[in-house]
Design a binder for this molecule. Structure first.
Ligand SMILES: Cc1ncc(COP(=O)(O)O)c(C=O)c1O
Length: 427
């Protein structure tokens, strides 16, 4: 069907070809509407083709499209200022880039330049991107078959309350798990620890929320060792989880913050933010990281508009409210379907884990694929994360989604599970 497209992700292209998109929907060639509950690639927080974004792109491409990286533009000055005003102190310096992986590469180089170390710790189910450094810190896919990763890549167990060996029934001793993880790190380290890089909600790792208190404890581990805390809010930033940034729930401000995906609301825009002090230290040590599109005016103009709309339309609050509503609906589904082992996440970033049965918690792999396929036929695009090892639906509609659209998507999911599982659960 698409003979010229390189199969970049295991060849799992949907049969549906998308012709256009608007609001919470994508449309196929026959103009059939499909609810987009993945926000494109977890990015389109304003829905597709938001009229104000369309206007900015039109105006921008005609006025100032692209410049040499040594030139600043008013668009970039305005965008970095708007973003700096949005984040808490001491974050105030913004490096504008294009992709999530790039924002993490820039952060890793900042940590190395600032600390003089090179060892970086990441969760064993993290996804930070496919470029060299970011891929070295990525464990939830794409690891085998590409030769050596960066020296100094160390792992910390993902604190998964549903599956951790440190969890027993309702009790989950995540602090013991974190302590154990750092004991191993300290033993492996060659004395050059630079940073921890973490997603506040591991998304590709299966919608795993860091337990309440975990970030504070993690920051303490970093401080004790002179490491920087890098938070990768590619998917959680800009209101997705019910606060502007997921780290706000605990008031833990990272040393370096990486934003992408949601920042451009569907356009390629990312940013790496840090304090003036760290920026100065990096500068003095000859920090270098730039790309062809660093500080491009067009995506920067889009970024300013995204910031404006997210704040003006109180989209974080909206995500909190609608996320609570959708989570309650998913909880009801869980009551009726034995195969739903867990419902988790916060705001409009929710996970539904399918299992063969709730005792064994064995992943219901075939079932998940069938449910995703059937949902698409019925008119909702729902994505599975960790599909090689588990079956976790990652449900993340645009923050502009309506209650009626949520109702429709959940009805479709309900029907798809009922049909594919053969029978509803015990109830
Ligand atoms: C948390 C996180 N960080 C980084 C990335 C990489 O972003 P990109 O694909 O834009 O390089 C992703 C992509 O899925 C992600 O989920």
């Amino acid at each position: 069907m698409t003979p010229s497209v390189f199969r970049y992700a295991g060849g799992d292209f949907a049969e549906t070809v998308i012709a256009r998109a608007s609001g919470s929907y994508v449309y196929d060639r026959s103009d059939r509407a499909i609810l987009d509950f993945t926000s494109g690639q977890m990015s389109s927080i304003l829905g597709h083709s938001h009229p104000e974004i369309v206007a900015v792109v039109r105006e921008s491409i005609a006025r100032l499209d692209h410049v040499h990286s040594s030139f600043l533009s008013d668009d970039v000055i305005a965008f970095t200022g708007a973003l700096a005003a949005l984040v808490p102190d001491p974050l105030e310096k913004v490096l504008p880039l294009s992709t999530g992986a790039e924002s993490n590469e820039a952060a890793l180089r900042m940590a190395k330049a600032a600390t003089g170390g090179f060892e970086v710790v990441a969760f064993d189910r993290a996804w930070h991107g496919m470029t060299g450094g970011a891929a070295s810190m990525t464990y939830s896919g794409g690891r085998r078959g590409y030769g050596p990763t960066l020296p100094g890549a160390l792992v910390l167990p993902t604190p998964d309350a549903y599956r951790s060996p440190f969890a027993a029934g309702e009790r989950y001793d995540w602090q013991a798990e974190l302590d154990f993880g750092f004991e191993l790190i300290d033993r492996q380290s060659v004395g050059a620890l630079a940073a921890v890089i973490a997603e506040p909600v591991l998304s590709s790792g299966g919608i795993v929320e860091l337990p309440q208190g975990y970030l504070t404890a993690l920051q303490l581990k970093c401080t004790e060792r002179g490491m920087l805390l890098i938070l990768d809010e590619a998917q959680t930033g800009m209101g997705r989880t019910g606060t502007l940034f997921a780290f706000e729930r605990e008031g833990v401000v990272p040393d370096v913050l990486c934003l992408s995906k949601t920042l451009g609301a569907g356009l390629p825009l990312s940013a790496t933010l840090t304090s003036a002090e760290l920026e100065q230290r990096c500068f003095e040590r000859g920090y270098l990281f730039y790309t062809t599109h660093a500080a491009d005016p067009l995506p920067a103009a889009v970024g300013s508009k995204v910031v404006e709309i997210v704040v003006r339309d109180r989209l974080a609050e909206r995500a909190r409210e609608l996320g609570g509503y959708m989570k309650a609906l998913l909880g009801e589904l869980q009551q009726r379907h034995e195969c739903i082992g867990d419902v988790r996440g916060r705001g409009l970033l929710l996970g539904v884990e399918l299992v063969e049965d709730r005792q064994s918690k064995r992943p219901a792999r075939e079932l998940g694929l069938a449910v995703a396929r059937r949902s698409l036929e019925l008119g909702a695009s729902l994505n599975i994360s960790r599909r090689q090892v588990a079956n976790i639906f990652r449900i993340a509609p645009p923050l502009t989604v309506s209650r009626e659209e949520i109702d429709s998507a959940i009805t479709i999911l309900d029907q798809a599970i009922t049909e594919c599982a053969g029978r509803p659960g015990p109830g």
